[in-house]
Design a protein around this ligand. Structure first.
Ligand SMILES: Cc1cc2nc3c(=O)[nH]c(=O)nc-3n(C[C@H](O)[C@H](O)[C@H](O)COP(=O)(O)OP(=O)(O)OC[C@H]3O[C@@H](n4cnc5c(N)ncnc54)[C@H](O)[C@@H]3O)c2cc1C
Length: 395
């Protein structure tokens, strides 16, 4: 039985581990953190990753922990006028077979960890920071910060946006500051008046910035509202999800925006506003060697303007397990996985970057016209949501 080493216990690494264990492989996940966890933020799960989570038996649990928004609404920044809507309710389930959910990232990761540990309680090693690795004809050896080593047949780098494995395979790849910085806040819904609490995913678009607001836990005392606000800034700050910034700066950035945006900002904890620089990394056309490959943000980091970074990482986990099951030759299987992922992930990365320009158009007239010319529901249904990582033919 092949032994697969995974560096990184995030959403991508854990999904891959669960899919590989289910497919009968021996798996060891190495996570540098002392505890498995996620930052306090939401994640949207469209039908494409949800089909993998269904394969892992997690849909019911995630549906109970999260929210099934009724629609995805693009809105004008100041008036709240709905420019376009993607319905996400019952019709979405009828069409795609799975719901569209918004959940807390920690809840998603927790479900994945349970799925992995149910299959192999010893599959995850914490406090295991990988500092180096070597590949030879027979396998791959990992070196840890504490001086130990581990050996396996295949290495998967699921180590995120600052991936060590990516740097070893690709060398330094170009990074461009997009000109945007992103705010992140999480606010208990009960702090807001009932009419200010959305049951939809709201993408408010406006000159030079946009804000995304949606609920991530079911209605009631636990309900949280997640807001991410992307704002054009000339200056570059650190690319860190945990860098706190003054609440007053966030408030000023969204001055003049609709009352729904003001309400959530006004009720945020003043010392819990995070902001970081958003960098663009163009897609690459190879991310593997004979025994090592990448997945998730390590392979195809993306801007969050289609809410698909985690979705792609989950898709990768399913497809790599299928490719390794389909072809016994390691190098051929890694090529099969990559060949079947390059085009789709590049498309998502490129379209996410392009969305930034559309969402930030300089006038209401330009925004109205841009949305009038596109049918986001038809576009996304045609190729994004319809993709089934569990059944798509691998060739
Ligand atoms: C503002 C924002 C909103 C987003 N919203 C959405 C959304 O709605 N839907 C969606 O699908 N995606 C969304 N995304 C994208 C999504 O969060 C990421 O694409 C996803 O988390 C990537 O998962 P990953 O497992 O590849 O990497 P990560 O989650 O970064 O995990 C990498 C793991 O590797 C570990 N690690 C790193 N280096 C080492 C090492 N040397 N040794 C051991 N362990 C190591 C890290 O500690 C970490 O646990 C959003 C992103 C942002 C920034």
């Amino acid at each position: 039985m092949k032994k697969i080493l995974i560096v990184g216990g995030g959403i991508g690494g854990m999904t891959a581990a669960a899919c590989l264990l289910r497919a009968g492989f021996e798996v060891q996940v190495f996570e540098q953190a002392a505890e498995l966890g996620e930052v306090g933020a939401g994640i949207q799960l469209s039908a494409n990753p949800m089909r993998v989570l269904a394969h892992l038996g997690l849909v019911e649990r995630l549906a109970a922990l999260g929210v099934a928004p009724t629609a995805y609404q693009f809105k004008m920044f100041d008036t709240g006028e709905v420019l376009q809507e993607i319905p996400l309710g019952d019709g979405y389930v009828d069409r795609h077979g799975v719901p569209y959910l918004s959940v807390h990232r920690a809840d998603l990761l927790d479900c994945l960890i349970h799925a992995v540990r149910d299959l192999d309680p010893k599959a995850v090693r914490l406090n295991a920071k990988v500092v180096d690795y070597w590949e030879d004809g027979e396998g791959v050896t990992l070196a840890f910060a504490e001086g130990e080593e581990a050996r396996g047949d295949i290495l998967i780098g699921a180590d995120g946006i600052k991936s060590l494995v990516r740097a070893r395979i690709l060398g330094e790849t170009p990074v461009h500051y997009t000109g945007d910085q992103s705010w992140r806040i999480l606010v208990p819904a009960e702090r807001l008046a009932p009419e200010m609490r959305p049951d939809t995913v709201n993408i408010c678009v406006g000159p030079g910035k946009h804000g995304v607001v949606y609920p991530i836990r079911p209605d009631g005392p636990e309900c949280l509202l997640n807001m991410v606000g992307c704002v054009e800034y000339e200056t570059w700050d650190d690319e860190s999800w945990t860098a706190r910034r003054p609440w007053a700066e966030m408030k000023a950035d969204f001055a003049g925006w609709h009352d729904n945006i003001q309400a959530i900002i006004d009720h945020a904890d003043k010392d819990q506003c995070f902001r970081w620089a958003m960098n663009n990394r163009p897609p690459v056309d190879n991310w593997r060697t004979a025994r090592t490959t990448l997945l998730g943000d390590a392979a195809h980091p993306t801007l969050p303007y289609m809410a698909q970074g985690g979705g792609m990482a989950i898709e990768d986990g399913a497809v790599i397990a299928r490719a390794l099951s389909q072809d016994d030759d390691v190098s051929e299987a890694l090529e099969l996985y990559q060949r079947n992922r390059l085009e789709r992930t590049a498309r998502i990365v490129n379209e996410s970057s392009a969305n930034r320009d559309m969402f930030h158009l300089a006038s209401e007239a330009a925004l109205r016209e841009a949305f009038a010319q596109r049918d986001m529901n038809a576009e996304r249904t045609a190729w994004l949501f319809s993709y089934d990582p569990m059944t798509v033919e691998l060739r």
